[in-house]
Design a protein around this ligand. Structure first.
Ligand code: SAH
Length: 402
């Protein structure tokens, strides 16, 4: 690690994990685990250096928090389906940069049960005479399979993404998969007839169970729908959210905005930690519906959610002269927008907590804030949410006064 500082227990545990990780047979073709030729401590060091390089101008970068066991952490696994010239069905990932499916039966970062379910679906297809979709001819049935698992609740969602709505022998197919995997708590057919890179289409039919799963994070219960964003590494998400809540220093009566809120996780945890009033904003309608349910399920009455663009929402709130105390922001990889950031400056909350999955766009947005306001960066905490990949997450605290 190129920056001195106290090592956490997690880092010490991780440092004992000296083995090189590059044992995956499809590593080159898949391209998902870019750092797989480095040992886990070397990966952490690589990420620490990257964050320091990009963010050192804003302040000290705390030592990255790694995982004790950086394997099989992904709670969401999806596989593309394809039939080759010999008639063999393959399930796996697209070769990086192509639409060629590389067969993957098990993966060192994916949930092991999810991988087994996907293989079982593949093996069941021929006996039900179910075909796979061909992107060139646009014929065939099954496009993708998605599995989501609540690590804390052990609930499992299986989503079968099909090109057409007609699903022959669907009841028997569901019965057969449930016999093999009684752990599955809900099965959903998602219909995606479009020529698109998006995995999920707009229409959904619940074939079994309640149509969503639940998970528990930081003592709060969350409902997760097929299309809602949910952090893919729940172990590290608790670390990440823990830091975000710690940075916010809630005393008990603050007005809090949770922007880019997904299913409302950060805002709900903040409300549980005593925030007086929480408002969340999110673009994805399914996620907002989940967020509203999640607030109810956690018996919270001081939290509301809005569906819309976070930037436009901030502009409207700023116009009304509203002054929140704390703003959490957790934008997608592309980062935030000038509309958002200029409205944030106008609103002038005491504390801004920026959670970012891209240090590059984080740097750009921080540069804007520093240049155009009196905010200063007080803390930068990297968290390893995605071991073996080159991605790194950061939580940043900004305030005006010392
Ligand atoms: N804070 C949540 C979600 C973070 S991911 C969590 O920790 O789970 C980023 C979220 O921003 C996604 O849910 C995505 O749907 C949403 N999003 C993307 N663009 C947006 C926009 N312009 N306005 C509001 N939300 C947006």
């Amino acid at each position: 690690m190129s920056q001195t500082g106290k090592n956490t227990n997690r880092q010490r545990a991780a440092a004992s994990n000296k083995a090189k990780c590059g044992s995956c047979p499809v590593h080159k073709k898949c391209g998902g685990c870019q750092l797989q030729n480095l040992s886990y401590p070397e990966q952490l060091s690589f990420k620490q250096s990257k964050v320091i390089r990009l963010l050192k101008d804003f302040g000290k970068v705390e030592p990255i928090i790694g995982m004790e066991n950086p394997y099989h952490y992904r709670n969401k696994v999806q596989a593309a389906f394809y039939t080759n010239r010999q008639g063999k069905i393959i399930s796996g990932v697209y070769q990086s940069g192509t639409h060629h499916v590389v067969g993957v039966d098990s993966c060192q970062i994916e949930d092991e049960l999810a991988d087994k379910i996907i293989v079982a679906v593949r093996k069941l297809l021929p006996s039900f005479r179910l075909t796979t979709y061909n992107e060139d001819t646009r014929k065939g049935f099954l496009r993708h399979v998605l599995v989501k698992r609540g690590f804390a609740t052990d609930e499992v969602m299986l989503v079968l993404v099909t090109a057409t709505p007609v699903f022959p022998s669907k009841n028997n197919f569901v019965k057969a998969i449930l016999e093999r995997f009684p752990q599955i708590t809900t099965v959903i057919q998602n219909i995606n007839p479009h020529k698109t890179n998006l995995v999920l289409g707009d229409r959904q039919v619940v074939l079994y169970g309640k149509g969503y799963i639940e998970d528990v994070l930081c003592g709060c219960r969350f409902r997760i729908s097929p299309k809602s964003f949910y952090q893919i590494n729940p172990v590290q998400t608790e670390v990440l959210y823990g830091k975000a809540i710690e940075f916010a220093q809630l005393k008990g009566d603050e007005t809090v905005l949770d922007t880019y809120c997904g299913i409302g996780t950060i805002g709900i945890i903040a409300a549980k930690h005593g925030a007086g009033n929480v408002v969340g904003v999110e673009l994805n309608g399914d996620a907002v519906r989940d967020a509203v349910q999640n607030a109810k399920a956690n018996s919270l009455t001081n939290i509301r959610f809005f569906k819309g663009d976070a930037g436009e929402f901030m502009r409207d709130v700023a116009k009304e002269d509203e002054r929140p105390d704390v703003v959490f922001m957790d934008p997608p990889r592309a980062g935030s927008t000038e509309t958002f950031l200029s409205s944030l400056i106008k609103m002038s909350p005491k504390t801004v907590v920026y959670v970012s999955c891209s240090p590059e766009t984080l740097r750009r947005d921080l540069q804007y804030l520093i240049k155009n306001s009196e905010y200063k960066v007080r803390k930068i905490q990297p968290v390893d949410m995605f071991p073996h990949t080159a991605h790194v997450e950061c939580v940043v605290l900004l305030t005006k006064e010392r």
